[in-house]
Design a protein around this ligand. Structure first.
Ligand code: RET
Length: 295
C-alpha cells in the first residue's frame, strides 16, 4: 500500500506517515552445499544398486523377488538424484509472504520464489510403494491389504506434491493434512494388519523391527516438509541435506538390512515357481538360454 502524503492536509499526529517501499522478489535456491549433497547421494544410490544387483545374482530366480524390488528402489533413486544434481527436476514455487508489523504499521508483502524439486515426488511415487511391497511381502499381507496400503501411499505422495505447489498457504496445509490421513492408514496397515499376518507367518522377528524403523523414519519426512516447504524455516540447501540423510536411511540402509535379515530367516522365503521362474510355455526340465538357476 502506498502512503499518500499531502502537504496541504497534514495527517493528525496519531496517524504516523509511512512510506512502504515495495520489496523486490527474492529467490530461495540451493547452493554448493545442496549440489554436492545431491551428487554424493547419487553416487551412494548408484553403488547400492550395483551391490543389490550383485546380491540378486547369488540367489535362484525363484527367490529373487525381494532382491529385485530392493534393486528397483535404488535404481529410481539413482535416476532422480542424477536429475536433481545435474540441474533438472525442479521448478520455482511462487509464494506470497505477508509480514505483519507492530505499532499499527501496515502489513508488507513480498514475493518469494522457492526452488521445489518435483523429481523427489516422482521418485517417492515409485519407490515408496516398492518399499511397502517389500514389507507387505515379509508380513504376508493379502492382495486386498497390499492394494490399500499402496493406494494410501500414492495419495500421501500426491497430496504432498499438491501441498508443495499450492498457491495459498492455507490450501497447502489442507493438502498436507490429507497426506497425514493417508500416512496414518499406512501405519495402521503395517502396525496392526501387518503385525498380525507376520505372527501367523512366523516372520515377526524380521518384520517388526523393520516396520518400526520404517514408521519412525517415515514420520521424519512430513516434519522436514513442514519446516522446509511448509514454513520455509529450513533453507533449500538444508532441506536437500535433511532429505538426503533420510533417503539414504530409507533406501540403501533399509534395503541392505532387509536382504541380510531375510537371508537369515527361512520363514520369510518367497518361492515363485512356474511361469514366474520358468517363463511362459516352458515346462519343467526345459533349459532356457541364460538360465542361471543353479545359484
Ligand atoms: C509428505 C507431505 C504430506 C504429508 C505426509 C508426507 C509424507 C511423506 C513420506 C515420504 C516418505 C518417503 C520415503 C522415501 C524413500 O526414499 C508427502 C511429505 C505424511 C512419509 C520413504
Amino acid at each position: 500500500m502506498d502512503a499518500i502524503w499531502d502537504a496541504a492536509k497534514p495527517l493528525p499526529p496519531s496517524q504516523p506517515t509511512v512510506t512502504v517501499i515495495p520489496n523486490p522478489p527474492t529467490v530461495e535456491r540451493i547452493g554448493d552445499l545442496g549440489h554436492s549433497t545431491l551428487w554424493i547421494v547419487f553416487a551412494i544410490m548408484f553403488l547400492s544398486t550395483l551391490g543389490f544387483i550383485g546380491l540378486s545374482w547369488r540367489v535362484a530366480v525363484s527367490k529373487r523377488l525381494f532382491y529385485q524390488v530392493t534393486t528397483f528402489i535404488t535404481v529410481f533413486a539413482t535416476l532422480s538424484y542424477y536429475a536433481m544434481a545435474s540441474g533438472s527436476g525442479y521448478s520455482f514455487h511462487r509464494v506470497h509472504v505477508t509480514q505483519e508489523h507492530d505499532h499499527d504499521l501496515p502489513d508488507t508483502h513480498k514475493i518469494v520464489y522457492r526452488q521445489v524439486f518435483y523429481a523427489r515426488y516422482l521418485d517417492w511415487a515409485l519407490t515408496t510403494p516398492l518399499l511397502l511391497l517389500d514389507l507387505a511381502l515379509l508380513a504376508g499381507l493379502n492382495g486386498s491389504n497390499i492394494v490399500n496400503v499402496i493406494v494410501a501411499d500414492l495419495v500421501m505422495i500426491f497430496t504432498g506434491l499438491f501441498a508443495a505447489y499450492a498457491p495459498h498457504k492455507r490450501q497447502g496445509w489442507g493438502w498436507y493434512v490429507m497426506g497425514w490421513v493417508a500416512f496414518l492408514v499406512i501405519i495402521y496397515e503395517l502396525g496392526v494388519t501387518g503385525k498380525a499376518n507376520a505372527q501367523a507367518r512366523g516372520t515377526t522377528k524380521l518384520f517388526v523391527p523393520l516396520a518400526i524403523y520404517t514408521a519412525v523414519l517415515w514420520t521424519l519426512y512430513p516434519i522436514v516438509w513442514a519446516v522446509a516447504d511448509g514454513t520455509r524455516t529450513l533453507s533449500p540447501d538444508w532441506e536437500v541435506v535433511a532429505y538426503a540423510v533420510l533417503d539414504v536411511l530409507a533406501k540403501p540402509v533399509f534395503g541392505a538390512a532387509l536382504l541380510v535379515l531375510h537371508a537369515r530367516t527361512p520363514a520369510s522365503d518367497i518361492t515363485l515357481n512356474g511361469t514366474w521362474s520358468e517363463g511362459l510355455g516352458n515346462t519343467e526340465g526345459t533349459l532356457r538360454v541364460g538360465d542361471d538357476d543353479d545359484a
